[in-house]
Unconditional design. Structure first.
Length: 262
C-alpha cells in the first residue's frame, strides 16, 4: 500500500448515511470535539490539530461535521476573519505551513475541514435565485429555502505534470516563487477536457512542448481552496528548447534536470 500524500489518508468515518439526520448530528455535537479556524487557519496545539470542546462564545459560528474518529465525533468551526485571533491556547497557522508540522492524519483532517469551511464561506447565497441558503447534512449540502435548489461542496480537478524525455525532465519557476524554487507544471482541467487533454494543453501553453503519451501517477487532495491534484508524467515528443517567453504569464523560466526513477 502506498504511503498517503499530504492531505490524504484521513482515518475518519464520514458517516455519510447518518449525517443527513439533523437529530443525529445534534447528538454527535453533544460529545464532539471541534477544530477552530481563524482566517481559514487551523489551530495547532503541541504539534497536533487543536481540537477543543465546544465553547459558548462560538454559538452561531459556521460548524461542519468531519467524521468519526473511532467513536469520537469531530467537527470544525469557522471563527471568522477578524484582525485579532480568538484567545485560545495554541497557535493559528496557515494551512501550508501547518502541513509541515502536523502528523499525516491531522493534516488530512485539517485539509478536509478547511476545504469545507472555505466552500461554505463563499457559497452562502443561492446562485440560482440569490436567496440566502441553509446548511444541511452536517455541512455537506446547502439548501435554498426560496427555490429549493440544492448545492453541494465541489472539488475542482487540477492536473500537475512532469514532462519527461529519456532520463531528463523539465521543471518550471513561477514569478511568485521565492529563492531557487522550481516545481512541476499545473493547471485546472477546463470544461470538456479529459485529464490527458488538459496535460497537453497546459504544457503547450506554458512551455511550448508537444506531448505524446500521458501517464497517470497519483492524486492528492489540495485544500487551496478545494482541488484534487491529478499527478501525471507527460512524454515529450522532442527535446526542442521551450520558449523563453511562454504564452502563459505564470512561469518565469524553465530548467531541465535528471529525473529520478518513477
Amino acid at each position: 500500500m502506498e504511503t498517503p500524500l499530504t492531505f490524504a489518508g484521513s482515518p475518519l468515518d464520514r458517516a455519510s448515511a447518518e449525517r443527513p439526520g439533523e437529530a443525529w448530528i445534534a447528538a454527535r455535537r453533544e460529545t464532539g470535539l471541534f477544530l477552530p479556524f481563524w482566517q481559514m487557519k487551523p489551530l495547532l496545539l503541541d504539534g497536533r490539530a487543536g481540537f477543543l470542546p465546544w465553547r459558548a462564545d462560538w454559538e452561531g459560528a459556521p460548524c461542519v461535521f468531519l467524521g468519526l474518529d473511532g467513536a469520537q465525533p469531530l467537527f470544525a468551526v469557522d471563527l471568522g476573519k477578524g484582525e485579532t485571533p480568538p484567545e485560545l491556547q495554541g497557535e493559528f497557522r496557515d494551512m501550508r505551513a501547518a502541513a509541515f508540522v502536523l502528523p499525516g492524519r491531522d493534516s488530512a483532517i485539517a485539509g478536509q475541514a478547511k476545504a469545507l469551511l472555505d466552500w461554505h464561506a463563499r457559497h452562502r447565497f443561492c446562485p440560482n435565485c440569490g436567496a440566502a441558503t441553509d446548511m444541511r447534512d452536517g455541512g455537506y449540502r446547502r439548501l435554498c429555502p426560496a427555490c429549493n435548489a440544492e448545492h453541494f461542496p465541489r472539488t475542482d480537478p487540477v492536473v500537475i505534470m512532469l514532462p519527461i524525455l529519456g532520463d531528463e525532465c523539465l521543471i518550471g519557476r513561477n514569478v511568485r516563487f521565492t529563492g531557487g524554487l522550481f516545481s512541476a507544471f499545473a493547471g485546472f482541467v477546463e470544461p470538456g477536457e479529459s485529464m490527458e487533454e488538459a496535460v497537453r494543453r497546459e504544457l503547450r501553453e506554458e512551455t511550448a512542448l508537444r506531448i505524446g503519451a500521458v501517464r497517470y501517477h497519483r492524486s492528492q487532495p489540495w485544500p487551496f481552496p478545494s482541488s484534487l491534484m491529478l499527478g501525471c508524467y507527460a512524454e515529450a515528443l522532442s527535446r526542442d528548447s521551450p520558449s523563453t517567453a511562454p504564452r502563459s504569464p505564470k512561469p518565469a523560466g524553465c530548467r531541465r534536470t535528471k529525473r529520478a526513477n518513477a
